[in-house]
Design a protein around this ligand. Structure first.
Ligand code: NAD
Length: 247
């Protein structure tokens, strides 16, 4: 099976670092003109330099996915730049936590606003463009936390469970226009978000023992799923959440 994404146009949120950066680089390597969004200009500058060095086609825009006006503006600019948007990856996310009794409203709101509302605002802005094209692929970052009740994860887990259901509903709304909407659900992928490098060896080993495949996931494991879901091979898959979690 050959995955051919050459010539497509993608928008990736939270593309400054971590999994999002790898998604942006992987799509661009596959010939996708990739527009990377993030809240941090320093990270976008680094990514822009990588794109230039590798000869990849794309653009980087500062965009906080919570900001409805900015989202609308950036999506319009992005669609004008390359004339279309074939793929939207809603990767931007935060994972701040705490047990419910001591969880602040600010932490709760940050999880809901970035993970859930940000996904909603991006989809709302991109949907009319994909409808006019009669095709599109929307991929939303969920998490194993949407299913597993990890201690102290109420805010993050609730936001990701909501993303899962949002995805199912949106898939039904956009299906008639040949637009698929799916979630990808990473397991434990070492990044700065989960402070993986700071975990003790004992804690790492205990976590590893819970994984069926007994190895950590990589950003590339997630990217393989993204490329598949964005491709023509996945044209009959919608409204679902696919784990990339090592079991
Ligand atoms: P990360 O913290 O390394 O990267 C997140 C990126 O999103 C950063 O570049 C950050 O600047 C950006 N961002 C944060 N707030 C933003 C906002 N308001 N608007 C735009 N961009 C914003 O995280 P990661 O580990 O690469 O995770 C990426 C996605 O995958 C997240 O949605 C996360 O919940 C999900 N996920 C990660 C794991 C994991 O183990 N790393 C597991 C399950 C799900």
């Amino acid at each position: 099976m050959i995955i051919d994404l050459n010539g497509k146009v993608a928008v990736v949120t939270g593309a400054g670092r971590g999994i999002g950066r790898q998604i942006a680089l992987t799509l661009a390597r596959e010939g996708v003109r990739t527009i990377a969004l993030d809240v941090r200009q320093d990270l976008l500058d680094e990514l822009g330099s990588q794109f230039a060095e590798l000869g990849y086609e794309g653009a980087q825009y500062i965009c906080d996915v919570r900001d409805a006006l900015r989202v609308t503006e950036v999506v319009r600019e992005a669609s004008e730049l390359f004339g279309r948007i074939d793929i939207l990856v809603n990767n931007a996310g935060v994972a701040s936590g705490g047990v419910v009794e001591s969880l602040s409203e600010d932490v709760w709101d940050a999880n809901m606003d970035i993970n859930l509302k940000g996904t909603f605002l991006m989809c709302k802005a991109v949907a009319p463009i994909m409808k006019a094209q009669g095709a599109g692929r929307i991929l939303n970052a969920a998490s194993f936390a949407a299913i597993v009740p990890a201690f102290g994860s109420a805010a993050y887990a609730s936001s990701k469970a909501a993303v899962k259901q949002f995805t199912r509903v949106l898939a039904g709304e956009l299906g008639p226009w040949n637009i698929t909407v799916n979630c990808y659900s990473p397991g434990m992928i070492p990044t700065e978000m989960n402070h993986f490098a700071e975990l003790s060896e004992e804690r790492q080993n205990r976590l590893l023992d819970t994984l069926t495949l007994r190895r950590w996931g990589s950003k590339d494991d997630v990217c393989s799923l993204i490329c598949f879901l964005a491709s023509d091979h996945a044209s009959y898959i919608t409204g679902t959440m696919i784990d990339v979690s090592g079991g």
